[in-house]
Design a protein around this ligand. Sequence first.
Ligand code: ATP
Ligand code: MG
Length: 485
Amino acid sequence: MKRRENSEDRVRNKDTVVQESKERVKTAIKNAGYLFPMKRIVINLTPADLRKEGPSFDLPISVGALAASEQVSADLLEEYLFLGEVSLDGSLRPVAGVLAIAAAAKRLGISSLVVPADNVREAAVVQGIKVYGFKHLSEVGQFLSDPSSVLPAQVDGEAELTQAQSTAPDLRDVKGQAHARRALEIAAAGGHNLVFVGPPGSGKTMLARRLPSILPPMAFAEALEVTQIHSVAGLLKNKGSLVATRPFRSPHHSASGPSLVGGGSFPRPGEISLAHRGILFLDELTEFKRDVLEFLRQPLEDGTVTISRTRQSVSFPAQFTLIASTNPCPCGYYGDTVQPCTCSPRHREQYWARLSGPLMDRIDLQVGVNRLKPEEITQQTTGEDSATVRSRVQAARDRACDRFQDTPLRCNAEMQSAHLKKWCSLDSATRTLLENAIRKLGLSVRASDRILKVARTIADLAGDEKLQTSHVAEAIQYRTIDRMQ
Ligand SMILES: Nc1ncnc2c1ncn2[C@@H]1O[C@H](COP(=O)(O)OP(=O)(O)OP(=O)(O)O)[C@@H](O)[C@H]1O
Ligand SMILES: [Mg+2]
């Protein structure tokens, strides 16, 4: 007879992680110089129906067993949160997600956190909770017998942030391409999504990789958000504390849906969340699978992604700037000044159909990149450097920030219809210009709203309070793809 699995069995079967932990803890306790209690021990992990993942429970289980058998002091356990993997020899190994757990512990009013030494800098970024880091289980035991003998770790996250240097390549290496450089500056100033369209070798990838170099530095609160996501994904390198520069993620076009938006039976953040407060770069956009790109539509609108599972549903932040590059057609040379395009109109149509209209609708800046002229290729002078452009970007962002006081908005790209009404009103001549563009290019409401947001950023870069015709006219220029269709 086929036996139906009840919920208790399910829990028992799934939690092999906890079984492995039991074996590790037993050996580690002996190797740390303690006795493993001979009596039966019940360790109650609640809620029971929530699947336990990862080795983080090793340390709390070990400490619990040692306290229950009166080998370490149990006096202070109520006030402490323990977290960490314990190796067979009793040494403590780092685990993922410590920063997010430290922030949650603080919210719950827990006063102190005990973690493996390699996690201590990450956890100590959270202010208002004492963090202690140890290398070995025996050190934790000694600490519990005399907590005043050890000082909590101190990390000045804000100082780390100010000292952080971006390693992104500099715009000064880019010759010519004034139009594309201007589009990058607008994207950085307003947080606008951008796609570069142009023939092979025209510099699309080179330009896109330079966007991080002109973005304003992260605020401390932003760095905390980003670091928590990277911590949960287990990506914090060098035992560091903060992710101090804006993320730049460039997944390969063979990326699956879950790797892009997040997934797994125990949901993990995907590339769009790892790019939170930074950039998601999709190079060779048409090579990505269409259904994978469709996953991007909702997060691009909401700035967050929800992964639903039968037992739980997890939301990760995903407020990123999308930058993409693509050739204009299968052969790559449609619209090129030198090499003729060999594609039939039908092939070109099919090619564009791969990029669904709704995705393109969400890209504010569609920018044609032409091949360099011979005299530009041979030019000796360098272009304007990133620091100079960044200072203009910062000034424009500061202007937007003044406007956004009392709202949760951080940049122009996040404005909604009500904000556009308030801050993007047009005079009648400019309205006529926009109406003509909507008619001629067949623009959706969303696309025309995006023109207004871009125009607002152009005005901010110019230091203008009011939208002028020239700002809107320039914004319309960045609808290359709508014009091509
Ligand atoms: N404007 C430029 N200034 C300086 N070097 C450039 C410029 N454009 C292209 N290059 C040089 O050409 C190389 C190729 O450029 P890049 O890879 O960015 O082209 P691409 O448009 O992404 O091409 P593909 O469509 O084949 O991916 C760059 O590594 C760079 O050395
Ligand atoms: Mg390229």
